[in-house]
Design a protein around this ligand. Sequence first.
Ligand code: XMP
Length: 509
Amino acid sequence: PVLIVDFGSQVTQLIARRVRESGVYCEIHPYDKAEAALFALQPAAIILSGGPASTTEDESPRAARALFEAGVPVLGVCYGEQTMVAELGGAVETGHHREFGRAEIAITRDSPLFAGLGEHQQVWMSHGDKITAIPEGFQVIATSSGSPFAAIADEARQFYGVQFHPEVVHTPHGAQIYRNFTHGIAGLSGDWTMAAFRGEAIARIRAQVGKGKVICGLSGGVDSSVAAVLIHEAIGDQLTCVYVDTGLMRLGESEQVVSLFRNHYNIPLIHVDASEQFLGELAGISDPETKRKTIGRLFIEVFDREAGKIDGAEFLAQGTLYPDVIESVSAKGGPSAVIKSHHNVGGLPDFMKLKLVEPLRELFKDEVRVLGVELGLPPAFVGRHPFPGPGLAIRIPGEITPEKVATLQKADAIYLEEIRNAGLYDQIWQAFAVLLPVKTVGVMGDARTYEDVCALRAVTSTDGMTADFYEFPWAVLAKAATRIINEVKGINRVVYDVTSKPPGTIEWE
Ligand code: XMP
């Protein structure tokens, strides 16, 4: 594997993505735990990430000495390059001008890091500090107009540094640079595939669970579904799934999940229709946080009641993903504001004393999708847009009624159908309708109408942390709007949300 040492860059996870796409397993660990990770992981190569600090400050994060003494190739990226230079005897100064954005490097010397690449490469720079002298043993292998040390190498020790960010899309051949590092330089073979992962994961689940019984809480989403299918493949009917139907899912989705699991996979499934309880307790609540907390509490209550009926269960399966597991360096800076309370992160209530089975802990979302297809789940099912735990409740600002849920489900289904028909579904990270508690005047036929407004939202994103509103072809929006107004009783006006994140959030509540 490859050890990625995190110095707090916003794009450290992208390094991991590029490395894994080259078929090499890697893990991200914070810089102050890198030494422990070195011993635990025994990596064949190390990558030092970028980060917001400056090596010219006394307190700035450093790479542990042991990383350079492990006898394996090291690649420093941006801050990673600077800290490597500072620690190995070179010099870094606070820059007088920041270099930010697209730049072109010229490769000035043959190096396996740039194998197969042309002499001029477009790259993405984002740094304030500047290297002014490189340590003994290093040579410059590429320059740019702003960075005389754009890339450096000590080929004997296999230490490399790049001032730019090969992990972002704005460095078009960045993936090749990581591949050159992991395959060409570190000699890794690239045999980490989802097919291989499937086999290993099954063996691990069997070893952990033995003859024990496992409960899996299905949410209807991709992660818990893939986890359930994988676990079922490992231990068969020792697994029971519990699907808590909140009544707040997209149109037809509950039926789809239940039929997929029961009929297609033959996985034991308890379908709890708790929609009356959820909608009953939500009646009269319009504050977004109270809604979220109510749903979270109910979900646990209902799930716990059903799980308690399964005799002798010892394990609880969860679809936890790698981004939830990575210890973040940037989060250490201080308490970050709670924007929304997500009910499905945070795990078990104390009274459920079950051991956790989390077979997807090492995977990123799109790896889970590939694994899902590998396990025979329909591509359209695993490719669905993310859906929040509290469901449609947070897409109905104000009070929730069963009638409003039904209205929203219809509008949302039409919107998604038109997006699919236009072939745009996979370009969009998330698209959905919101039912506003606002009535406006319209005219249909020759009559006055006074009905609700439906807002449409669609965004592009890589991880949901930031997002841009999607620029639809007008014709697609117009068709969706016309159909919604004609086909959904109670809606007479459709608007499109052109807010990006930040400053907006993706969901409206
Ligand atoms: P926001 O609205 O915070 O959403 O920009 C970012 C992403 O998270 C999803 N989301 C949730 N997912 N439970 C979830 O599982 C929640 O409570 C929740 N709230 C927001 C949202 O759909 C988007 O993908």
